[in-house]
Design a protein. Structure first.
Length: 107
């Protein structure tokens, strides 16, 4: 049985492998998803069929992700849409950032 679609969404993912996986995950959650590869394609998709949210498959905290979000916010058709960053579609843990735990004695 086909799940009911609640909201249109645009998914930006430049990877040919993870894009379809992320799209399936979002469709399983009830979104009607348009998969695009870059910001100009996302703007064109937003013009042709208004969306409620933009999902971005990207590594949070990188300069590339920051530029991507700035580009989305500079486009007239996408600036008002909320942007959600997605984690790894395979469920793998993020790379360690070199942080160490601190002993909780004497707190």
């Amino acid at each position: 049985m086909e799940p009911q679609r609640y909201a249109r969404a645009i998914l930006i993912d430049g990877d040919a492998t993870s894009g379809p996986l992320s799209r399936m995950r979002l469709q399983d959650r009830g979104y009607s998803v348009t998969l695009v590869r870059d910001v100009p394609a996302a703007a064109a998709a937003a013009r042709s069929a208004p969306a409620a949210v933009i999902f971005v498959q990207a590594d949070p905290g990188t300069a590339e992700t920051s530029r991507l979000i700035q580009a989305l916010k500079s486009e007239d058709t996408t600036r008002h849409l909320p942007i959600q960053l997605l984690g790894s579609p395979t469920g793998s843990a993020p790379a360690p950032k070199g942080l160490n735990s601190v002993a909780r004695t004497n707190w």
